[in-house]
Design a protein around this ligand. Structure first.
Ligand SMILES: N[C@@H](CCC(=O)N[C@@H](CS)C(=O)NCC(=O)O)C(=O)O
Length: 212
């Protein structure tokens, strides 16, 4: 039995959770695992991060590695196309923006301050990434074409977060400005049962955190 460990406010955790749900893979969950540098925790997650997947007593970290593993072991409801080129194009679509925007989290969520220079650099890189994404994204109706892929899963968990942090730190919603087609697409995606469920659970987890 698989067990997904992490927290439901994490976009990476939600990426794996959505992949599991959309693929129809049975899994257990421990949504109380918070990142930690304790030795015991590091034995389960070498970087001390979430999420990680427990598989028969072994653990696997890194959301992308986990999703690729799931794809190989549970190919029945694929989240990648068959064609190698199209598969690569799905991977390309998930590469451009999220990690860059993460550099804004320190100021957006953790009370830190970024220098104007750092902010300007992130803003420039994000503008490039979002513009590139707007060139490649098909929205037909899914981001890579007709069928749901892991790129949609990633878009759903990452793009709203990018929008939030750019609004909070840079004073502009860069997703709305540079990828305006994302909004109706994300709304439609959010109507799929698995996506609706993960979004509702993320909201509940965020509210619970605020009340603490
Ligand atoms: N590349 C990793 C990133 C995981 C990650 O950064 N998770 C965050 C929570 S959203 C975390 O555990 N942060 C704690 C830390 O950086 O120590 C993945 O894709 O799984």
């Amino acid at each position: 039995m698989l067990k997904l460990c992490g927290v439901r406010i994490s976009n990476y955790h939600n990426k794996v959770r959505l992949a599991l749900l959309e693929k129809g893979v049975e899994f257990a969950e421990d949504d109380t695992c918070v990142p930690s540098q304790d030795a015991a925790y590091l034995g389960r997650s070498a970087m001390g991060k979430v999420p990680f997947l427990e598989v028969d007593g072994r653990t696997l970290t890194e959301s992308q590695a986990i999703c690729e593993y799931l794809e190989e072991v549970y190919p029945e409801r694929p989240l990648y196309p068959q064609d190698p080129w199209e598969r690569a194009k799905v991977r390309e679509l998930v590469s451009y923006v999220e990690l860059v925007s993460r550099r804004l989290h320190k100021q957006a969520f953790y009370g830190g301050t970024l220098s104007d220079e750092s902010k300007a650099q992130v803003e420039r890189e994000l503008a490039k990434g979002l513009t590139a994404l707007s060139r490649l994204a098909r929205f037909a109706p899914m981001i890579a074409g007709e069928r749901l892929t892991l790129a949609d899963v990633c878009a759903f968990v990452h793009l709203p977060l990018v929008a939030t942090v750019t609004r909070l730190v840079l004073g502009r919603d860069m997703v709305d400005e540079l990828l305006p087609r994302a909004k109706p697409y994300l709304t439609a995606l959010g109507e799929r049962p698995a996506f609706r469920r993960v979004a509702a659970d993320r909201k509940a987890a965020a509210e619970a955190l605020r009340k603490r």
